[in-house]
Design a protein around this ligand. Structure first.
Ligand SMILES: Cc1ncc(COP(=O)(O)O)c(C=O)c1O
Length: 474
């Protein structure tokens, strides 16, 4: 008999937080505790109508209604974290509120110390830098190859990691971002091997790769390639609500999960939103269910369809794996001849009502998500065809701002020391030759233009046109 794919009704889908929330909803109590909107009555009716009464009825925090606690994880929250660890291939998983940002802060605070060296790729997210400011560890930068035709950063080379580890025998961790925001993938297996040889833990910020363990047409998750600890932004592409993420400790990890847990305990809110935690539980359960599996296969098929249609276009081009870098098929970075990325983004938005993930100087990033329908992509393809054959002009010469920071840092002072030094505010145009006092890293992509202690040069100015003033060291 052929092997039939089961549907959701035939498969038991267990989501402990969702089930506990439902039970609490079905068994209402007289409530004399936070949140003070008390099931939605104490808020603006327009807001209640907008989000729906039910959403406010289930807006509660841990401690109440037998929902368990987040830190330490107990009850349904603990059970949901255990199920997530299994699903993502981890030894232990922590649910995160405040995004992967808090995961990176906790990793820095729990696993790195003042004066320790940490190898980090320069195009990391600013949350890693904030973490290093908190801990006082010193970043040893890896500057990946620049894909200049695309205005993007390439992958982290294993040979660069090896060189830095051989030159510095006191490195406490290697911390890489994989994939990049635009989906460029590094050879994590080789990097992990090198880290193991030097007995140094490998931390992977896999914020943009949380779907990988759920479909073998996607790259392999770092959790299976030898990383010690991995962060996933489930809210970005995994289907959970904004700001909900996960942190995973790998099987055979060199790091002590309790060190990270203690830091999370200090950093997390003491009133976690059960709705956000429930959405993490639901996202994991959905991805494991036949329905979620179908959605993910459809997202990959949609990405392939979009890519094959772009291949037929004359003036619109896409970043592809066969250009020498591995990429995640669901992240489609395109550019159009004669148009900046910002101009392409605004044509799509103003003329066609399409919003894309982000735009840089060169191109735009389109995410092929599990929630998108094929008809969404058919419409997008139709619009791109019109742009491909129309004579759209780039009016962005009026705007001289650069969007994707691709600069070599000139470091003059330790990050933490500089951050806590005395500072003054000066007009940006007069700041050339001074040392930055602030983290300048606009989102998206949250990659730093300047960090505290770095020399400000003429090259920075095109990235700073939105800043009349800037903080510099005295
Ligand atoms: C590579 C990377 N890491 C971490 C983060 C922070 O994630 P979150 O928005 O979930 O806090 C981002 C956000 O864009 C990111 O791009």
């Amino acid at each position: 008999m052929p092997n039939k794919i089961k549907n959701d009704k035939q498969v038991k889908i267990h989501a402990p937080i969702v089930e506990a929330l439902k039970k609490a909803y079905d068994n209402p109590t007289f409530q004399f505790h936070i949140p003070g909107h008390t099931k939605g009555l104490g808020t603006l009716p327009d807001f209640r109508n907008l989000v729906g009464k039910k959403a406010l009825l289930v807006d509660t925090t841990d401690e109440f209604d037998n929902l368990g606690t987040l830190t330490p994880a107990t009850g349904p929250i603990k059970e949901a974290e255990e199920l997530a660890a299994k699903a993502f291939g981890a030894k232990r998983t922590f649910f995160l509120l405040n995004g992967s940002t808090i995961g990176n802060l906790a990793i820095a605070m729990g696993l790195t110390k003042k004066g320790q060296k940490v190898i980090v790729n320069r195009n990391c997210h600013r949350s890693i830098l904030t973490g290093l400011i908190i801990s006082g560890a010193d970043p040893l930068w890896i500057v990946p190859e620049k894909l200049t035709d695309w205005g993007l950063w390439g992958n982290v080379e294993a040979s660069d990691v090896e060189k830095l580890l051989e030159e510095n025998d006191d490195v406490s961790a290697v911390w890489i971002t994989n994939p990049t925001y635009e989906g460029v993938v590094s050879d994590v297996a080789s990097i992990a091997k090198i880290c193991k040889k030097h007995n140094v833990p490998l931390i992977v910020d896999e914020a943009h790769g949380c779907l990988w363990n759920f479909n073998d047409k996607l790259p392999t998750t770092s959790l299976k390639l030898g990383a010690d600890i991995v962060v996933h932004s489930l809210h970005k592409t995994g289907g959970s609500m904004s700001q909900s993420s996960m942190l995973h400790i790998a099987e055979n990890s060199l790091v002590n999960a309790e060190d990270v847990e203690r830091a999370l305990m200090l950093l997390h809110t003491t009133s976690p939103s059960l709705m956000l935690l429930g959405s993490l539980d639901a996202a994991r359960a959905n991805l494991q269910s036949p329905r979620g599996q179908k959605q993910l296969s459809r997202a990959i098929a949609n990405a392939k369809y979009l890519r094959s249609e772009i291949d037929k276009m004359q003036n619109i081009h896409q970043l592809k794996s066969d250009f020498g870098y591995k990429t995640d098929v669901t992240k489609v970075f395109i550019k159009a001849d004669g148009l900046s990325g910002k101009r392409l983004e605004s044509i799509l938005e103003i003329d066609f009502g399409i919003e894309v993930e982000s735009a840089s100087d060169v191109g735009i990033l389109i995410l092929c998500n599990i929630g998108n329908k094929r008809s969404d992509f058919e419409y997008l393809v139709d619009c791109l065809k019109k742009i491909d054959t129309h004579n759209y002009k780039d009016i962005y010469y009026l705007e001289n701002k650069k969007h994707m920071p691709m600069l070599m840092p000139i470091i003059k002072k330790n990050l933490r020391d500089a951050y806590f030094s005395e500072k003054e505010i000066v007009p940006t145009k007069e700041a050339v030759g001074r040392l930055s006092g602030e983290v300048v890293a606009e989102c998206p992509p949250g990659i730093s233009i300047l960090l505290p202690g770095e020399l400000i040069t003429e090259d920075h100015l095109p990235y700073l046109t939105g800043y009349d003033v800037i903080e510099v060291l005295k």
